[in-house]
Design a protein. Sequence first.
Length: 306
Amino acid sequence: MQSFLERHPELSVRQAEGLSLSRARGMNRDDVRQFFNLLNQVVTEYNLLEKPSHIFNMDETGVQLINKPGKDITTKGTKDVHVLTSKEKGENVSVVACCSADGRFIPPVLIFKGVNKKAEFSDGLPAGSKVYMNKKSSFINSDLFLLWLKEHFIPNKPNGKCLLVLDGHTAHSTDIDMLQVADDNDIIILCLPSHCTQALQPLYRSFFRPFKTCFNQEAQLWMKNHSNRNLTRYQAGDVIGKAWIRAACIANAINGIKACGIYPLDPNAIPDHFFSIADAVDFGRISECTESDNEEPITAAHISHT
């Protein structure tokens, strides 16, 4: 392998990332074309083509309250290299992020599993951040999304019509009360097509990876300074807050939204390689019988506006 790479310096070994066939097939040109047609319709009708401050993207990601071991330099031949972690498996915390096309991040919202919220859970978070509790899990649901929309997004949005781009998860897009609140507050909800996160979700494209890298670094530093303690939800705000401040920069917001072709509006911004597997299925180069026939069909983008 090494000799081969030396003969071909233009090649490199990369760690492949898992991609489900359903997600790969979902990245088809028809659904993406429909999404951009809807996007063009909205930004034209509501005069948002030149208003990046009125175009937002929202998504959530999870972090575990355990520092992920990084790479270490050691002598050749060393078999076991250990880095201290807080525990074998940490508690999951959801981080709700939202940014605008002109580079502004709304302060984050953390979601913990449970019902008893403590003031200490917010310690160290950026000003304006919030903590929500979910009795069943640490993930967002329709009630928490409605709460986020009412008490977090609306107070932080500019006056006038605003576009909010998010995934089509049930918790986000199908609640009648949520749609009414959005309508009453000049918010246009535009949902991404199913299975298109890797190409069309701006926060996924440019923010979540650097944020998690910063989080792991901050968690490892916290463990170094508190070697006899576990990282818990009582210290989560401080660690997540430091990672957020480092990663939530103007460039990461602007670059992600631009890379997805949302602003400036550019349907050609999505590289062809995102469609490669879907194209192969369409041309019969990959058998479609590798997935169950019971899989739910890919849904088109949903839109709610007046």
